[in-house]
Design a protein around this ligand. Structure first.
Ligand SMILES: Cc1ncc(COP(=O)(O)O)c(C=O)c1O
Length: 410
């Protein structure tokens, strides 16, 4: 057995993994063309709510099979706009995923609603209908469901229970561009879907960005109003701005990047899926104590990252020691996916909530038990990868997993 790198042996991987090259000459050409047009017509400024955004939003909606999209300036603001557009009765509760980026949950508190975290399904980073049902109460105003790591949550039973109670569902697809559930694009099952298009995602509009999507035209106009200072979009004979709202607009330059990027998304997803499939299958075939969380049945995950799970009963070390050994082998893993918003300092700080909201709570956000995700996260590692990885890169991950497993197997 070869000596682990953490014990002084040679690492499986000493060369860096490939850099991501999602943006390049195509995006540059699109922006140059805008500057050329601006130069030609003598109008040297770029605004917002213009032709580039209109084209980007209609391309985006078409990529989801039709509907209405509004481009905004971050995924966090997409969640915010979606929540505000529902015009929820204040001081209620919104069920949120146990695991999500802070930006997927903080807007709930800012919208004067109490975030109520639902646990994940056993062995998963996604919430499921049973766990959500256990949190629904008389003041539940909305449900936010995230498709973590590009793995589709089992959304049909969630939508079924929500619609039986008249509760709207927001699908947070920030990490799941291009994923499919029962053949349908992720984001087309709930009432509203939100996407982040910041630079780390499968599809981006530049450094920051986001999209709010709905299949319902009336809802779309509410989204537009709540994304842009209450301008009376979709209202006949307006007399002024109609709702208090922030300015969450995307601008024309970012929308132009997004149009180019959107055309690349299917290939990005195809390549990510191929890399992930190769690691998942090799682990299933060759490794007894290590696996990768697979895509759930009837779904096509788009794998924003992979979640590697160890079986501690078969190993002499815990997750943290296994992770440290893998890192020493040159593999870009980190322990778990540590975004459990209800366990964050802000969630326990009374100043995070509207006056009276915590006092009226059934249970404070931080006090809801989340045993499933805590158990799952304690044996998992996050492997960041991307579409520019090659088969050789995937093979190195598997070789390192095999090497570390061999050293630590009981
Ligand atoms: C699930 C989820 N929701 C919301 C966000 C917030 O998006 P942004 O970073 O674009 O504000 C992210 C960002 O990673 C996310 O992963």
């Amino acid at each position: 057995m070869s000596t682990l790198a953490i014990d002084g042996g040679a690492p499986v991987r000493s060369a860096p993994f490939p850099l991501r090259r999602l943006m390049g000459p195509d995006e540059q050409a699109a922006l140059n063309a805008m500057f050329d047009r601006a130069e030609a017509d003598g109008h040297g400024v770029f605004g917002y709510n213009g032709p580039e955004e209109e084209a980007y939003c209609s391309d985006f909606a078409r990529s989801l099979g039709g509907g209405f999209a509004d481009a905004v300036n971050s995924g966090t603001n997409a969640v915010w706009v979606a929540l505000r557009s529902l015009e929820l009765e204040p001081l209620g509760e919104v069920i949120v995923p146990a695991v999500s980026d802070p930006g997927g949950v903080m807007p709930v508190a800012l919208a004067n609603q109490l975030p109520v975290p639902a646990d994940c399904a056993p062995g998963s980073y996604n919430v499921a209908a049973d766990q959500i049902a256990a949190r629904i109460g008389p003041r539940t105003r909305a449900i936010v469901v995230a498709h973590i790591a590009g793995s589709p949550a089992d959304i049909d039973p969630i939508v079924a229970i929500a619609s039986s109670k008249g509760i709207p569902v927001i699908e947070d697809c920030a990490q799941a561009h291009g994923a499919r559930y029962k053949g349908r694009p992720v984001g087309t099952s709930g009432d509203i879907a939100v996407f982040s298009t910041m630079f780390g995602k499968h599809h981006m509009t530049g450094g920051q960005g986001g999209v709010v999507f709905t299949r319902d035209e009336a809802r779309y106009w509410a989204i537009r109003r709540h994304a842009d200072r209450g301008k009376p979009f979709g209202i006949e004979n307006p007399t002024g701005n109609v709702v208090p709202a922030l300015n969450c607009n995307m601008d024309e330059l970012h929308a132009a990047i997004g149009r180019v990027q959107l055309a690349k998304l299917p290939e990005v997803v195809r390549r990510r899926r191929a890399i992930a499939r190769s690691v998942i299958d090799a682990c299933a075939r060759d490794l007894a104590a290590v696996s990768v969380i697979d895509e759930p049945p009837q779904t096509e995950a788009s794998f924003w990252f992979m979640l590697i799970r160890i079986d501690p009963a078969r190993l002499k070390v815990d997750r943290d020691a296994f992770c440290a050994a893998l890192r020493a082998e040159g593999i870009p893993v980190s322990p778990g996916y540590p975004y459990i918003p209800a366990r964050s300092p802000w969630a326990t700080d009374p100043r995070s909530y509207a006056p009276g909201l915590l006092a009226s709570a059934r249970t404070a956000p931080a006090d809801w038990p989340l045993p499933n995700i805590e158990a799952t996260d304690s044996v998992c590692m996050q492997l960041m990868f991307h579409e520019d990885w090659t088969q050789a890169d995937a093979d190195d991950v598997v070789a390192a997993l095999a090497k570390v497993q061999a050293a630590y197997l009981k």
